[in-house]
Every structure is written in C-alpha cells, then in structure tokens.
Design a protein around this ligand. Structure first.
Ligand code: NAD
Ligand SMILES: O=C(O)C(=O)C[C@@H](O)[C@H](O)[C@H](O)COP(=O)(O)O
Ligand code: ZN
Length: 370
C-alpha cells in the first residue's frame, strides 16, 4: 500500500474508481502543477481555494507551479476561521465557480487547513453535481487527518459539519515544510488528532507520541514526517475498510461527541477543533472508566500526554442538559439515542450504543466536585 523513495512516502487509498494517492514529501509544494498534469489528460482551467492568511504565504508558489505546467488558474480567497465554515462562505465559493465557468472535468484545489479543505470538498461535490478536487493541506491537523478520507462539510449553528457529503479528493499533496509558518497553538491542536490514532488502534504509536510529541512541536523534520506518515496510514486503512462510516470509521470520532458539543456551545470561536477533541477525549476516557470498560489510570495517562504537549485539559462548565442538548445533533446518533466512542484501554476503542443520560449526568457532576 505504501512506497518510499528517499524521504518521499506515497500511500494509495484504494477505493475502486475513487482511489487516490497521498503524496508526502518535504518541499513538494512547488511541484503540484507537474503532479496534476499527470492526473488530467490535458491541463485546462483550475481554481485554487484558500484564505486570507494562507494565500499570501503560499499562493505564489502554487500558482506558478500550476501555470508552468500549463494550467490557467483562478482564485477564491475566503475569510479565515472556523466561524466562517458556513453556508455564506459556501455561497461565495459557488459564486466564484459560477463566474469562472469551470466545467465538470476542471478541478478545484484546497490550499489550507481543515476548514478550507472541508468547505472546498463540499463545494466540489455540489458544483455541477461534482467536479474533481485536490487537497493541499497546510496544517498539522489537515496533514494527519482532514485531507484524507473524503468527509466534507460546513457547520450549522446547532451542530458541527451538519451539512456535507462523502466526496473523495483525486490527490492529497502534503508538503510538511509549510508547517514552518504555523502557530504553535495550531500545531498542538493537530497533534491531538495524531494522538487519537494511538488511542483508538495503536498503543505503540501512543507511546511513541508520548515520547516524541515535544519534538513534533519543535517541528523536528524526522519526527514530524514519521507522525504524518503513521497518521495517514491509519486514516487510509480505516477509510478503505469503511468509506461511509457504516461501522469502524466511527472510531475516528473518539473525543468528537463531546468535542463537537464544546465547539458548538462556544459558537466555534473559543476552542480550536483539536482542542475540543482533546478535552472530549478525556471525557470519553473518564466515562469509559466510570462504566467499567477501561482500567483506572487510562484518563490520567492521556491527560499526561496532552499536558506534555500543552493542550487544554479543563472541561468547560456547561450543565448536563446543555451537553446532552448539544450532543443531540451528533451525526452518529440513532434516533434520539446518543452514541459514544469509548475505550477499553489505550489502543482499543469501541462504539457504545447504550450510555444512559444518567451516566452523562454523573460524568458532568464529577467535574463539579474537583
Ligand atoms: N474532514 C475530516 O475528516 C476532518 C478531520 C479533522 C478535522 N476536520 C475539520 O478541520 C477543521 C480544523 O482544521 P485546522 O485545524 O486545519 O484549522 P484551520 O483550517 O482553521 O487552520 C488553522 C489556522 O492556521 C492557518 N494556517 C493554515 N495553514 C497555515 C500555514 N501553513 N502557515 C500559517 N498559518 C496557516 C489558518 O489560516 C487558520 O487560521 C475543523 O473544521 C474540523 O471540523 C475535518
Ligand atoms: O474522518 C473521520 O471519519 C473522522 O471522524 C475524523 C475527525 O477527526 C473529523 O473531525 C471529522 O470531520 C468528524 O466527523 P463528523 O462526521 O463527526 O463530522
Ligand atoms: Zn477531528
């Protein structure tokens, strides 16, 4: 499934006609045009979708690489931030696509983090009922998680990613060097999603992250490369086994039932996604211990790792009613039953169907008693 040449790693996500490569290579950003020319019969028009922070840093490199390969490039530059992952931004992308008259075989390129990637993918899935899209992820989070797997979406005030589609990219083009300009807080938030793979399916990787996360924070190239490779391998394996979340893909949602509630209850403006996931994972771990699924000490081990990285670990003080109401919008729910991803221990997650509201009351109470 993977191929390594020098410091280049290529994973193939095998999904029949929707298969694609994840190409990971330092300094590859300037060769995107070349790579895309191989994917399409002849370079025509394309649109790069980015935001006001990322475009000034990387648009020139991307544009000139595309133009040298024969592409005619247009741009759509959005406002920056999770609070703009909205229907309004989606409308702006649609306006730009309509003006550009991009036709069905002409691609859009998401140049940015998970917000740009999720919105671009969703727009690509809708415009003319689907045009090709390419992921060029520029955050740790997007390189270890969001650019792979084809979950695309925008938020609704009542719930995260509530409007979206499964729509796979044609290529994921990862240049870890672009992470050099990323803020420390964003690097930390991305590391939370990498730690997640260890918690759900690879205890050895969790141990490695406990030792190596600090070096990843310092952007040590070898450690960062290893973290991105291993994360992409895990994500690709899960997606290949369950593309549309009929079963095991739901495990990638560890920490997200509570984490998404935290994001929506704070109006997408206080916590970064990865921070919500970290706090949510601690809550899921405590719930797992309370219900007798995980051994005592599981939550503490995870908290130790997060603290080491500098991730937030304090649970915000909402009432049990507020939590339950916010989690009532989770996409994993069946009818009005909220489903949770719990742990049997580090490296072993499962989907719990039968957690009662009483258990959640008790969990929320336990934070009040601290
Ligand atoms: N589709 C999926 O499978 C999936 C998985 C995980 C998360 N997500 C989604 O991803 C989003 C979070 O993504 P994110 O953490 O990348 O946040 P983000 O996209 O908001 O990017 C974080 C910040 O970093 C800036 N930035 C991006 N690249 C930069 C660079 N190289 N240098 C300097 N600044 C840069 C951005 O402008 C932004 O301010 C959430 O909306 C979440 O729901 C989706
Ligand atoms: O790819 C997946 O599947 C994931 O769950 C990855 C998550 O990190 C990501 O945040 C995803 O967008 C959450 O999915 P959602 O279906 O709960 O919106
Ligand atoms: Zn996530």
């Amino acid at each position: 499934m993977s191929e390594t040449v020098d410091n280049t790693k290529i994973y193939r996500v095998e999904l029949g006609v929707r298969s694609y490569d994840i190409h990971i290579e330092p300094d590859c950003l300037g060769r995107l045009g070349e790579a895309m020319a191989k994917l399409f019969a002849a370079p025509t028009r394309c649109m790069v979708i980015s935001n006001v922070t990322i475009a000034p840093l990387y648009m020139d490199v991307v544009r000139s690489s595309l133009e040298q390969a024969g592409w005619q490039v247009s741009e759509c530059i959005l406002a920056d931030g999770e609070r703009y992952k909205t229907m309004e931004s989606f409308g702006l992308i649609m306006d730009a696509l309509m003006q550009s008259k991009l036709s069905r075989n002409e691609p859009v390129i998401a140049l940015g983090g998970g917000v740009v990637g999720d919105m671009t993918g969703f727009a690509a899935s809708c415009y003319r009922r689907g045009i090709p899209f390419i992921q060029v992820p520029t955050t740790v989070l997007a390189q270890v998680d969001s650019s792979v797997g084809g979950k695309t979406a925008i938020n609704h005030p009542h719930g995260k990613n509530m409007i979206g589609a499964f729509y796979q990219p044609k290529l994921v083009w990862i240049d870890p060097k672009v992470l050099n300009t990323l803020e420390l807080r964003e690097i930390r938030a991305g590391i939370a999603e990498a730690i997640k793979y260890g918690l759900i399916r690879d205890a050895g990787f969790f141990e490695w992250m406990q030792k190596s996360a600090k070096a990843a924070l310092d952007l040590n190239a070898d450690v960062l490369g290893q973290m991105i490779h291993t994360s992409c391998r895990h994500k690709a394996e899960v997606v290949m086994a369950d593309e549309t979340e009929q079963g095991q893909r739901a495990l990638l949602n560890l920490g997200h039932t509570f984490g998404h509630a935290i994001e929506s209850m704070t109006h997408y403006s206080t916590y970064l996604h990865g921070e919500g996931v970290a706090i949510g994972t601690l809550m899921a771990a405590r719930l797992s211990e309370q219900l007798g699924h995980a051994p005592a000490g599981t939550e503490d081990a995870i908290r130790g790792c997060y603290k080491h990285v500098g991730l937030p670990v304090e649970v915000p003080g909402f009432s049990a009613e507020q939590w339950l109401d916010a989690m009532g919008h989770d996409k994993k729910n069946v009818g009005s039953r909220i489903r949770y991803i719990l742990l049997r221990g580090i490296g072993d997650a499962f989907l719990a169907e039968d957690v009662s509201p009483d258990a959640i009351n008790q969990l929320i109470d336990s934070y009040r008693k601290v």
